[in-house]
Design a protein around this ligand. Structure first.
Ligand code: PMV
Length: 362
């Protein structure tokens, strides 16, 4: 599919008003997306676990308006006006306008809330943009009832990508690949696709306990970080490595080899942060407690022979990944040894989930 496949024919129908509500989860990358080309095209393919508990719930109400010249919307966060989000939403609407030419016909009220604490350092852009994209697609489905389910979800992922790259992996499926890769059927730089092969039962309900190490505002945004991969001394080697790691991880997800899983995932996390440290200007998003936690995880794994590993996103928080069958021991370890390294002892228990969900359609 190409971008033009997502441009609909002129709409013949108008709907007066309505409301949809969708939830969309966050996701955690196993092979990381870091570096992009124009129009949110990734420099390398990535793959993520879809999360379950960490999600954004967004309602989109729409009302037909007379003037069709401008975007018009009100923004609410947890029911209260939130003007800070306006530039981001405005930019998103501009980016998707070619693909959703009907948007200027309506006045929208967007009411959004997250299930995770606001300043947890968990990026809400992936779940937020995914939830908004699902709502836009529900409106599109009203206008074009003939669109297939497959098109609906692909286009939702395509639109979410234009809001925030990794958001395209928060639409549908437990494990999602984004970016063209020879080993993944139907993979695309334009949208995420559900992992096409059967996933080994070792990964059923895989756990992700998120340790909130630092809830402060990031010093360097991911937009700036991606940009710094342009002209980065190790960029080409990194992009090739990600291709190779995705091939390896594909096999691992099918054959259930958790030792190799841990090796690939931890290497990916540390390489992501190594890229940041080797950027010019350079920066560090890990905190001393991030490293303390990593060392404790390694010690515990060696001493107890329990397959627990970590990954990181673009921040100081640590995602602790482990099989459901080891949940009791690992949670005990986290509570007794790791919470002291978290800000206000905060952590979030999550696990693999299925993607976005329609909550309400009026
Ligand atoms: O979607 P963005 O632009 O916020 O970038 C996300 C980058 C990482 O979280 C570090 C990696 C990833 O693949 O999610």
């Amino acid at each position: 599919m190409t971008q033009t496949d997502f441009i609909p024919k002129p709409v013949s129908k108008t709907i007066e008003s309505g409301t949809f509500t969708w939830s969309a989860p966050s996701n955690i990358a196993l092979v990381k997306y870091w570096g992009k080309k124009a129009h949110q095209i990734p420099a390398n393919p990535s793959v993520s676990f879809t999360l379950n508990a960490c999600k954004t719930i967004t309602s989109l109400s729409f009302q037909n308006k007379e003037n069709h010249n401008d975007f018009s919307f009100d923004l609410l966060f947890e029911g209260k006006p939130k003007e800070d989000f306006r530039p981001k939403i405005e930019k998103f609407l501009q980016r998707i306008e070619t693909y959703c030419p009907y948007l200027k016909q309506y006045h929208f009220t967007i009411d959004t809330q997250n299930t995770f604490p606001h300043s947890s350092g968990i990026a809400s852009s992936a779940s937020g943009m995914a939830a908004l994209a699902m709502n836009v697609m529900s409106l599109e489905k009203e206008l074009y009832p003939e669109i297939t389910d497959d098109y609906f979800y692909r286009k939702a992922s395509f639109l979410a990508r234009l809001g925030s790259g990794s958001a395209c992996r928060s639409i549908k499926g437990k494990v999602v690949v984004w970016g063209k890769h020879a080993d993944i059927a139907d993979s695309s730089d334009l949208f995420g696709v559900a992992f096409p092969a059967k996933i080994h039962p070792n990964f059923n309900n895989y756990q992700d306990t998120i340790l909130l190490v630092d809830k402060g505002e990031k010093q360097v945004s991911s937009t700036v970080g991606h940009d710094l991969m342009n002209g980065h001394a190790y960029a080409e080697a990194r992009f090739n490595q990600a291709q190779g790691n995705l091939s390896k991880l594909k096999n691992v997800l099918e054959n259930g080899d958790i030792q190799s899983f841990m090796q690939i995932v931890e290497s990916e996390a540390l390489t992501l942060h190594a890229m940041m440290m080797a950027s010019m200007p350079y920066f560090i998003l890990m905190k001393p407690n991030t490293l303390e936690i990593i060392n404790r995880i390694w010690e515990f794994r060696q001493q107890r022979n329990i397959p627990v590993c970590f990954t990181l996103d673009a921040g100081a928080n640590v995602h602790v990944l482990y099989p459901e069958s080891d949940k009791v021991e690992v949670l005990q370890f986290i509570q007794s040894e790791l919470l002291g390294y978290c800000q206000n002892q905060q952590y979030i228990c999550d696990e693999i989930g299925n993607g976005s969900l329609l909550i309400n359609n009026e």
